[in-house]
Design a protein around this ligand. Structure first.
Ligand code: GDP
Ligand code: MG
Length: 331
């Protein structure tokens, strides 16, 4: 009989690598990224195609480090922006170690899901995990059906998944029950188990390599998406013009003596047409005010001071179709 090895010997070697989630818009890819990281690094929205850039979130645990690359997802492009986003996604997927294919528990698998699953054949190197998201929105029977359906799809299109797991990611701190949190932790362990052996790629404390400026711009865009109706959200881009700590003397002048540090943030919201400008500003500036009020708490949490947010709405005609403007707006 072989003796039971010491704990240290049994321990797996450290693993590290990259995972990216794919799936139709709105299935919960960005929310899952945030849940795994434990902090909001990617903005989320019920409006589809919220994510526009590849955003890296990092989860560090004892056994390994998981770098999650949240992308806009694969879709049929309608504009130059759409094409750039697709190129960006395939550029990410060729390099990742694991691809998580997401389908929501509360919806049937459709042609859109199948289209995306089929694209995954182009990335033979990556391990492939099917993830049934939004498990909190479906009963046990429905979740079981969803797991079977996604299994059948994987068998047919890809010769099977490496793993199939259900999760409820739910936005917001404290929103997950202990059981749901355990599911997230289990998913993390599953994903880390599929990574190659290797040293950590980022320091312990790193949750993202996004700059504060990028994260602030995204928080403002998220608030604008929330406030704006219908097709308008796709037309909005946000740039940061300046971020500056306000000096004590300036603080005293404006609001009487208040010693608490304050940061001034100047940002531009770009829309494609003059008519959209009015919509974003709203009657008497009401909507723009609401956008600022919605974005501020997240920005204050990020920079760690009170924030004065100055938002300006500007028009960049048809920026989604103009290569130069796309470049200027960061695409
Ligand atoms: P993405 O387009 O795939 O990145 O989707 P998002 O992460 O932006 O999520 C789309 C919407 O679904 C948002 O309104 C989220 O709050 C919601 N959502 C995401 N994950 C869950 C979940 O696990 N449970 C519930 N109930 N809602 C979720
Ligand atoms: Mg997203």
């Amino acid at each position: 009989m072989t003796p039971v090895p010491e704990r240290a010997e049994r321990d797996e070697r450290h693993r590290s690598g990259f995972v990216s989630f794919v799936g139709r818009p709105n299935v919960g890819k960005s929310t899952l990224t945030n849940a795994l990281v434990g902090e909001k690094v990617a903005i989320t929205s019920p409006k589809p195609q919220t994510t526009r850039r590849a955003i890296r979130g990092v989860r560090t645990s004892e056994g390994g480090q998981l770098v999650i690359v949240d992308t806009p997802g694969i879709h049929r492009p309608r504009t130059l922006l759409g094409e750039r986003l697709n190129d960006l996604v395939s550029g990410v997927l060729v390099d990742v170690d694991v691809i998580g294919f997401c389908v929501p528990a509360d919806e049937r698998i459709g042609p859109g899901d199948r289209f995306i699953a089929e694209q995954l054949r182009d990335y033979p190197r990556a391990k492939k995990v099917a993830i049934v998201t939004k498990a909190d929105k479906a009963g046990r029977g429905r979740i079981a059906e969803a797991l079977l359906a996604v299994q059948a799809l994987g068998d047919e299109v890809l010769g099977g998944w490496d793993e199939i797991v259900p999760v409820a990611a739910l936005a917001g701190e404290g929103a997950r029950s202990p059981r749901e949190q355990a599911q997230i932790d289990e998913l993390a362990a599953t994903l880390i188990g599929l990574l190659p052996e290797g040293p950590p790629l980022y320091g312990d404390e790193t949750v993202t390599e996004e700059t504060d400026e990028d994260r602030i711009a995204e928080l403002i865009r998220e608030a604008a998406l929330e406030a704006a109706e219908e097709e308008l959200p796709h037309s909005i881009a946000v740039t940061i013009d300046d971020i500056a700590p306000r000096s004590l003397s300036e603080r005293s002048e404006t609001k009487g003596p208040d010693e608490r540090p304050m940061t001034d943030v100047y940002a531009s919201l770009w829309v494609e047409r003059d008519s959209q400008k009015g919509i974003v500003i709203g009657k008497g500036g009401q909507r723009l005010k609401a956008i600022g009020a919605a974005a501020r708490p997240g920005i204050e949490a990020l920079v760690g001071t009170r924030v004065f947010l100055s938002l300006h709405v500007k028009v960049a005609k048809d920026w989604q179709r103009d290569p130069k403007l796309l470049g200027r707006l960061g695409f």
